[in-house]
Design a protein around this ligand. Structure first.
Ligand code: NAD
Ligand code: ISE
Length: 336
């Protein structure tokens, strides 16, 4: 079966996912496109999916009889309404992070999906599919004893002026929030944010860098440095310290050069390159599950937990230095 997919939001990641479906992965084709800016949808149609129909409204794309499954790749604030519409239509839906921009919105999605009693939503937390994180998880589960601490960093070369302080959480840290919970098989109980000396490369409305401190139910202490104007490259670090040993996320494969009396490795600068394979694998997982009329991978519940945790971290930014508690409601049986 070829899964007929509609893509809502044809900006940077919507275009890239369309390319994946059309040119890299098997088992699916993009038959419909929609964007708030119709020119963006038409440009993706022209470049990647000439047979796709362009819809003015995402809701009409979701309702179309020849659309089997939906990718929501529009801006975060629009995700909730589209995901709810896909659930109401009984169609599998891949939603880019965040699932919703508020915990209340993510809960509405969890409630709607759980009421239907069937998984239909996959959230775009692609790091769970990254080969390095998967290797790290195996070692954390089997080799280094009980995890005690995690030291992590999420560094981007630079961000535009429109990127403001809370985005360091909602847009950036949210990947660590999800992947560390998965890595440790644990949940968070508190968050704290502290701000080191600011980089002179930051903007007026952005405190950069930031250090987010999380504590888990099992007592693991996590520090994540978010530094989005670090200048030197796109750098994701993760080190887990256990009772019996320590494990690091592997560096991306790179040529080691000896040149002009220096030993050098090239660094990546773009997040699209760092996780290129993970995006392929997560979408392949979506396509396989959608062919069976369901969804796999990170759940709405994971998206909801990430939203609750993000809200707590933003509150912790506002109450700098204070510890903000995180409590989760009971998990519906659908997500056990
Ligand atoms: P973008 O700004 O390049 O594209 C967003 C697109 O959504 C734009 O074309 C815009 O016109 C469109 N849009 C806005 N409102 C809309 C609406 N109501 N209906 C339909 N289309 C609408 O942004 P992007 O970088 O492609 O990010 C899109 C989403 O993907 C964001 O939620 C972002 O957080 C997420 N994202 C995830 C990753 C990842 O690593 N998983 C990476 C980048 C972006
Ligand atoms: C971007 O929005 C993403 O989601 C990338 O995966 C992330 O690593 C990057 O820092 C964000 O800006």
């Amino acid at each position: 079966m070829t899964v007929r997919i509609g893509v809502i939001g044809t900006g940077m990641i919507g275009r890239d996912h369309t390319r994946r479906i059309q040119q890299v992965l098997a088992g699916a084709e993009v038959v419909a496109l929609s964007d708030y800016n119709p020119d963006a949808a038409r440009a993706v149609q022209a470049d990647l999916a000439p047979a796709a129909k362009v819809y003015d409204k995402g809701e009409d794309l979701i309702a179309a009889a020849d659309v089997d499954a939906v990718l929501v790749c529009s801006t975060g604030a629009t995700h909730e309404a589209y995901v709810l519409a896909a659930i109401a239509a009984g169609k599998p839906c891949f939603c880019e992070k965040p699932l919703a921009t508020t915990a209340a919105g993510a809960k509405r999605i969890v409630d709607a999906e759980a009421a239907g009693g069937k998984r239909l939503v996959q959230v775009g937390f692609m790091r769970r599919y990254d080969v390095g994180y998967r290797m790290l998880k195996k070692v954390v589960d089997n080799e280094i004893g009980t995890p005690l601490m995690v030291h992590a960093a999420h560094r981007n070369q630079s961000v535009p002026e429109a990127y403001v302080t809370p985005m360091a959480i909602h847009d950036t840290l949210i990947h660590e929030i999800d992947v560390l919970r998965w890595l440790l098989d644990d949940d968070y109980v508190s968050a704290q944010v502290v701000f080191p000396r600011a980089s002179r490369h930051t903007h007026a409305k952005l405190a950069d860098p930031q250090i987010v401190l999380l504590e888990t139910k099992k007592g693991v202490r996590i520090d994540v440095e978010v530094f989005v104007n670090c200048r030197y490259g796109y750098d994701i670090q993760c080190q887990v310290v256990g009772e019996e040993g320590l494990a690091n996320l592997p560096e991306p494969v790179a040529i080691t050069m000896r040149k002009e009396a220096r030993l050098q490795n090239e660094l990546l600068v773009d997040w699209k390159d760092r996780f290129v394979d993970s995006y392929d694998v997560e979408l392949n997982d979506f396509i396989q599950a959608a062919a069976r009329g369901t969804a796999a991978g990170p759940t709405s519940w994971d998206g909801y937990v990430a939203a609750i945790t993000s809200d707590a971290c933003v509150e912790a930014q506002e109450k700098t230095g204070q510890i903000v508690p995180i409590s989760l409601p009971a998990r519906p049986a659908l997500y056990d």
